[in-house]
Design a protein around this ligand. Structure first.
Ligand SMILES: Cc1cc2nc3c(=O)[nH]c(=O)nc-3n(C[C@H](O)[C@H](O)[C@H](O)COP(=O)(O)O)c2cc1C
Length: 409
């Protein structure tokens, strides 16, 4: 019997492919309606997922005088959306991303305590420190605090929020989970040490099984060194997927979705990712390395590294941008049949590459529907995925200790 697979659905916007919203199985207008969130919530619960995860976007679009024309990126408030989903579901966990750099411990504690109570114990907190530099002006700052300082602030903020929850639980009766499940997604050494000290689940990008094994081994060693049980921390790498009846059909479908992204769309996506405006440059011309480095407010050395190889081989801007959208955010992208995907997931679990997957459908809700209808039954028949939820709280669903040690009076 394989180790059980934990499934999370990372449902940012309307799918993880920049052109996904142009696929006939997408519902781009739906993302502004309650019907869409009700449908997605019920679908995820039907697939017996642990949780839905939403990211946050605290930066403003168009701060440099240019708003993307071709990208469809709705930025609705995730806490409101998760509350809406809570009202039409009974079991699925609701993991929201909120920043320790920009929200107060008291405010964070109140919001998650509310979510935990009204959802019957299904709240999770993806604890991030905010990496996007355009966020700072929205909070009256010129710049983000330096990264290691952001992680120090995060540790303090979490400790203060824990104190608020202990106090509120004593005064008002305990909220079902005492506090939300702690989730973390930092990849740097500072981020990993912070995660090792508090996280109960960790997102990462693991493009290959070997990357997953290396990350999980590293995290388990750090968790043990922090005096915690490595089995009480679930490693949940991102996984994008394109499914069809044969592998060749899946590869063709993938290409067809990518072809929906014309070069203008790809260049806008690249502009968003590199935080600079590339829309004025010739798509057939060279990659404007100097102009990108002059404009971007992201760490320039990191960006220079991304551009180095493609510029050296003389790739045009259009071709580079088209290739860039192919591997959304460096995650594993699977193309194949439902049974191939189920086998791959079981194989990764057995090899110790992860404890589950944070699924990132290429387009929504169509690709998620295919997963739930076709992959979920195969995993269940193999004994790799639950057929019923074990309880009602996220902590029970994830097989975590029912009462967090740090909430002892
Ligand atoms: C799957 C995944 C999802 C993430 N979602 C968010 C998010 O919604 N908001 C955010 O501010 N950071 C998000 N992050 C970024 C991390 O929280 C972190 O800030 C970033 O990786 C920089 O820190 P690091 O250098 O320690 O990795 C995400 C990271 C991963 C791997």
């Amino acid at each position: 019997m394989p180790r059980p697979i934990h499934l999370w659905a990372f449902l940012q916007g309307i799918g993880h492919y920049p052109s996904g919203w142009r696929h006939p199985g997408a519902d781009p207008a739906g993302v502004f309606t309650m019907d869409y969130y009700a449908r997605v919530g019920r679908l995820v619960e039907k697939g017996r997922f642990d949780a839905i995860v939403f990211g946050d976007q605290l930066q403003s679009r168009g701060v440099h005088g240019r708003a993307p024309e071709h990208l469809a990126m709705p930025t609705l408030d995730p806490m409101a959306l998760l509350s809406a989903i809570a009202s039409v579901t009974q079991h699925v966990g609701l993991v929201n991303t909120l920043s320790t750099t920009y929200w107060s411990p008291e405010g964070l504690a109140e919001r998650f305590a509310t979510m935990d109570r009204i959802s019957g114990g299904r709240a999770g907190w993806n604890i991030v420190t905010t990496a996007h530099p355009d966020t700072a002006p929205n909070f009256g700052d010129d710049e983000l605090p330096e990264k290691s300082l952001r992680y120090k602030m995060a540790a303090q903020t979490v400790a203060q929020a824990q104190a608020v929850w202990r106090e509120r639980n004593a005064e008002l009766g305990t909220s079902p989970q005492a506090r939300p499940v702690f989730v973390q997604a930092g990849q740097s050494a500072d981020g990993r040490d912070f995660a090792a000290s508090i996280a109960e689940a960790i997102f990462c990008s693991a493009p290959t099984m070997e990357d997953g094994i290396a990350f999980r081994n590293d995290m388990r060693a750090r968790v043990a060194a922090a005096g915690r049980d490595p089995d009480a921390v679930k490693i949940m790498p991102g996984l994008s997927f394109i499914l069809a009846d044969t592998e060749a059909a899946a590869i063709a479908k993938d290409q067809a979705i990518l072809d929906l992204a014309d070069e203008k769309l790809c260049i806008e996506y690249l502009s968003e990712s590199l935080v600079c405006d590339l829309t004025q440059f010739d798509v057939n011309g060279p990659i404007p390395v100097e102009a990108i480095l002059a404009q971007t407010i992201l760490p320039k050395a990191d960006i220079a590294r991304v551009l180095e190889k493609p510029a050296a081989i003389g790739l045009s801007l259009g071709k580079f941008a088209a290739g860039y959208v192919r591997t959304p955010r460096g995650h594993n992208v699977f193309r194949g049949t439902a049974s191939q995907l189920a086998n791959m997931m079981i194989q990764w679990i057995e090899a110790g590459a992860c404890d589950g997957f944070t699924l990132q459908p290429a387009y929504m809700p169509g690709e998620l529907e295919i997963f739930v209808e076709e992959v979920v039954p195969i995993l269940q028949a193999a004994g790799a995925l639950r057929t019923e939820y074990p309880g009602s709280t996220l902590r029970e669903t994830m097989g975590l200790p029912r009462w967090p040690a740090d909430m002892a009076a």
